[in-house]
Design a protein around this ligand. Structure first.
Ligand code: SF4
Length: 114
């Protein structure tokens, strides 16, 4: 049995995940917690939000994020790639900045028009 705190909303439910019983989740107040508890033990992922360097814009940094959650084990490697990127203004909202990062099927997209 593994204890987790759900990050799905500010209530922070205390979850118990039973690995020996099909990753059955208890302690959740909604289905989001059940999904989170199971995935956290079988295939943990995170949405990554960060910035990249912007050239020719009013600001020097452009906020970016993943368009879907990235496997947790790929976060550091993804950040190393993202830190090497420079983008030229103008940039549209949700414009793809890095396509299919690390062959994960996840894109890095802009979070803002700049
Ligand atoms: S289980 Fe549902 S109610 Fe509880 S913290 Fe997660 S998202 Fe919020």
């Amino acid at each position: 049995m593994t204890n987790l705190i759900c990050i799905g909303c500010p209530r922070g439910c205390h979850l118990q995940v039973d690995e020996e019983n099909g990753y059955a989740v208890s302690g959740n107040r909604c289905p989001i917690g059940a999904k989170y508890g199971k995935e956290e033990l079988t295939n943990p992922t995170r949405t990554l939000t960060t910035t990249v360097r912007l050239e020719g814009g009013l600001h020097e940094m452009l906020p970016v994020r993943t368009d879907k959650p990235l496997p947790k084990g790929k976060l550091m490697e993804a950040m190393q790639l993202i830190n090497q990127v420079k983008v030229k203004a103008p940039v549209k909202m949700h414009q793809v900045i890095i396509e299919n990062i690390l062959d994960t099927g996840v894109n890095i997209i802009s979070s803002k028009e700049m």
